[in-house]
Design a protein around this ligand. Structure first.
Ligand SMILES: NC(=O)c1ccc[n+]([C@@H]2O[C@H](COP(=O)([O-])OP(=O)(O)OC[C@H]3O[C@@H](n4cnc5c(N)ncnc54)[C@H](OP(=O)(O)O)[C@@H]3O)[C@@H](O)[C@H]2O)c1
Length: 266
């Protein structure tokens, strides 16, 4: 393997998972965290701790930022910009597409080679087959850094627009939070109307959702679950929620789409 020198800015849960996986893959890793003393296990695995972002960047061929949000990335990189100029940065901090494009524009002016990343994994999944990291930005740069980053998660390039990795990441999060909101609403409804939440979750909700998930992406047969029936069922469910005093804004959001499908099918 071609050993690379990698700097990681941010030793939160995700930064530590990235660092330990890259160390286990044989890379030389230098880490920095705003609050010192948080690198813990990562140092025991052989990472070097830098006392400033500049020191971590200077010690590395490739720098990864994994901080809380776009503001913390700006705050960290601004004083380090003279050191970062002419080098490569991969930002694995979650952000919006607009923030990713703004960051790319700013870094471009300082001649920083830059990829946006979107981590579709929780820290324990980093380094496993389930993990995926979305990247966007220059394809040739992705081609050069992907072999180094591959031990973290399957690298998946989604386009030259630096906003696309953030766009797909946020859209995937929307799918996840939609599922969480549906589950929370379902359990709240059962509890509010006197049901056994624990048994409902185990015996009804989880098997039902597992049955539904593959169907969500399958071609649907309009004769099996037609739009008129679905629009009516949604109204009944919203009514049951109202009777139990449980807000159902999330599913209510589907109302217009289902009635439109019903109208189109009529
Ligand atoms: N954990 C997950 O499940 C997961 C999954 C996918 C993506 N992500 C993304 O990965 C990124 C990091 O998540 P995490 O789980 O590692 O979060 P975390 O454990 O809360 O760590 C946050 C990190 O950001 C640093 N930070 C916060 N504000 C800062 C500032 N103003 N300047 C410099 N550093 C600052 C913190 O440093 P201090 O120690 O000094 O506070 C810490 O290193 C986030 O963008 C998150 O959305 C996380």
């Amino acid at each position: 393997m071609n050993t690379q020198r990698i700097g990681i800015l941010g030793m939160g849960s995700m930064g530590r998972a990235l660092a330990s996986t890259l160390l286990e893959a044989g890379h030389a890793v230098t880490v920095w965290n705003r609050t010192p003393g948080k690198a813990g296990d990562v140092l025991a695995l052989g990472a070097h701790e830098a006392s400033s972002p500049e020191e971590a960047i200077e010690a590395s061929d490739l720098t990864i930022a994994c901080l809380l949000d776009a503001a913390s990335v700006r705050e960290t990189l601004t004083p380090a910009m003279p050191t970062l100029t002419g080098r490569t940065l991969v930002n694995l901090t979650s952000g919006s597409p607009r923030q990713a494009r703004d960051l790319a524009g700013w870094l471009g002016k300082h001649e920083v080679r830059f990829l946006t990343g979107g981590v579709l994994a929780v820290p324990p999944a980093i380094g496993t087959d389930e993990a995926v990291i979305l990247y966007s930005g220059p394809r040739d740069l992705f081609g050069r850094v992907a072999p180094t980053l591959a031990p973290l998660a399957r690298p998946h390039w989604v386009g030259g627009d630096p906003g696309f990795a953030a766009l797909y990441d946020m859209a995937a999060l929307s799918g996840m939070y939609g599922m969480i909101a549906g589950v929370v609403h379902a359990m709240t409804l059962v509890q509010a109307d006197g049901g056994d939440v624990e048994a409902f979750q185990r015996e009804v909700l989880q098997p039902w959702m597992e049955q539904m998930l593959p169907l969500m992406f399958a071609e649907s047969d309009p004769d099996e679950s037609n739009a008129g029936m679905q629009a009516t069922a949604l109204e009944i469910m919203l009514g049951a929620s109202a009777d139990a005093g449980v807000p159902a804004e999330l599913a209510g959001h589907l109302r217009a789409a289902l009635w439109e499908m019903r109208r189109a099918a009529a």
